[in-house]
Design a protein around this ligand. Structure first.
Ligand code: HEC
Length: 142
């Protein structure tokens, strides 16, 4: 039911964005603390996740929009793959199946929570395009 509540969050956020009055964004799901406005303006933490995704070039195998290529669609995978399993796969890889290990990649391992948060937002459908931007103070409604 988590993805369902995330979808209604996305709907609520887009309605909030559509209304002229600046409103504070609704609280994100607890296990994936992303904040997003208009589907692509994200908080600094989620932005770090996107930069990590780019730096590690996960898109080589999972596609620029996480839609899947050599590797599976992470939009689909993260609907069922929990955070612990995500961290394990990225750290250890599945070497026999073509998923490389990022355990010695400092950029990835230091930012694994942010990376998961970004990808979870994509999987939940709350972040509607892969290329995100950092939200401004006015997007935050402050
Ligand atoms: C060299 C190609 C390659 C790169 C680069 C790569 N992956 Fe993968 N990844 C794969 C393949 C292939 C699989 C499928 C393994 C399997 O069949 O179990 C996979 C599986 C996964 C899974 C498990 C999906 C599931 O449904 O079980 C996750 C999560 C994942 N990759 C995340 C990442 C992230 C995050 C990065 C960047 C830090 C990354 N991958 C980089 C090829 C790659």
């Amino acid at each position: 039911m988590k993805s369902k509540s995330a979808r209604s969050l996305a709907v609520a956020l887009s309605m909030a964005a559509a209304s002229a009055a600046a409103q504070a964004p609704a609280a994100p799901p607890q296990d994936a603390p992303y904040k997003v406005v208009d589907g692509y303006k994200v908080d600094a933490f989620t932005m770090t996740g996107f930069r990590t995704w780019r730096a590690a070039a996960c898109d080589r195998c999972h596609g620029a929009n996480q839609e899947g290529m050599v590797g599976p669609s992470l939009v689909n995978s993260l609907k069922t793959l929990g955070k612990q399993e995500f961290v394990k796969v990225v750290r250890d890889g599945r070497l026999d199946k073509g998923m490389v290990s990022f355990g010695t990649n400092q950029t990835v391992m230091n930012n694994i929570d942010a990376l998961y948060t970004y990808l979870k937002g994509r999987s939940d459908g709350a972040i509607t395009r892969a290329k995100v931007e950092e939200m401004t103070a006015s997007d935050k409604g402050s």
